[in-house]
Structure formats: C-alpha cells, structure tokens
Design a protein around this ligand. Sequence first.
Ligand SMILES: [Zn+2]
Length: 242
Amino acid sequence: MATPMTAAQWRAALKAEGVKFTEYDSWTTRGRDAATGKSFGPVHGVLNHHTAGSNSLRAVAVDGAPNLPAPLAHTFLPKSGIAVLVSCHRANHAGLAAANVIAALTAETKLPRQDKTSTVDGNDLLYGIETENLGNGTDTYTREQYDAWVRWNAAICRHHGWGAGSVAGHLETSVEGKVDPKGPVEGYGTRGLFVFSMGQLRADVAERLQHPASWSPATSAPPTTEERLTSLEKRVTALEKK
Ligand SMILES: [Zn+2]
C-alpha cells in the first residue's frame, strides 16, 4: 500500500525510466474523486488494459464510455509508444475486483483465480493504463508500444519499491468477465513476434527492475554497413576460389 504518485512524481518516474510521454490538458486535476466522494488510494498495484478500439484518447481522457464517465485510466498508450498522461487521480478503469486477487497483488504472491463472493472497488486501489489495441486477436501491439508499456509499469513499481508481483491484468482481477489485455506483440528486445501474456509482461518488468531505470534491453539490431561489406567480401572471396 502506498500514497498515489503526484503529478511531479509521475513526470520524474516516467522520465527516469525512458517513457516518452505527453500531458493531456488538465491531467493533473482530472479525476473521479469529487464526483464519487471517494479519494484515490492508498494504491495496491498496477492494472493493465487494452482499449478494444482505436483513436481512444479523447474517450479515455474526457468523453468516457456508456454509463462510465472519464477518465477511464491514468495513461493512454497508443501505437506510437508515446504515452499520454490523462489523470493522476481516481479513474474508472478497474471496476469490481476480487478481494483475494487484490490481497495477493498487495503481498506480491501468485495471483489466485478470482473468488467472486468478495469484491472491492478496484478504482480506489489501482493505477490503470489503456493500451491501444482492437483486442480482436490479430491487431498487433507495436514494438515501441510494448517497450513503453514495460517501462511504464516498471516506473511505477520502482517509485513505490514494488516488484513485478504488483502488476496485474484486468482479466486477472475482474469479476465481470473482462478478457484484456491480449493480442500479438511485434517484438521486444531480441524477441520477435510473440503473444501477449501477463506472465511475460511481469517477467519483462522484473528484468527491467534488476537494472537502473536508464537501462534499455538489447535489441537484434540490423547489421551495420561494415558488417554487410565484410560478409559480401567473404562471399566474393569464396566465389573466386571456385
Ligand atoms: Zn480493461
């Protein structure tokens, strides 16, 4: 449990972790605290979502969804990988969460199956990010987007002194049948195309947290001109010997 990050702490944590971001108008004052009479926090963990749509920034920040006023998350992460901060207060993203999962998240132990008989309001307790993806199983998270996603989760965990065990997906906490986040990912580090899973996201966040915030994963960079020329020379030499 911890006190929610202030706007200044958000900026500092994300910048240190290498998250590129912009700030949506009034993000430091926008929230559901006054309207619900409930304040955000103490925070217990981080919750990840996919938008199930495209160009959802305005919906997440201002317009909301049917019967669900905005903000719908703290951050919107489009395919560009440049995050948009939309709120640092109470946001409507988590809905009802299973109390047993929240307890495990807080203790950073393996998340159990949701016991739907006892619930809490996840919006009181969890940071939330809406990552742009149609959620149709074929729409792909870009490499830049996934890299920023890992960094965003790690930045919050590092700020609070949490481990990757404080990171969850909506499908793990919800008692309302949510299935997000899911979908293919273009790649990360030296890994090519893979299918998103919360286990993999937590492993990637855990790997980041073993390094300083300034760390970047090794990538399978394309060969340099020099390497390509050397390779060409070898092939020419081999041909000449024939
Ligand atoms: Zn969700």
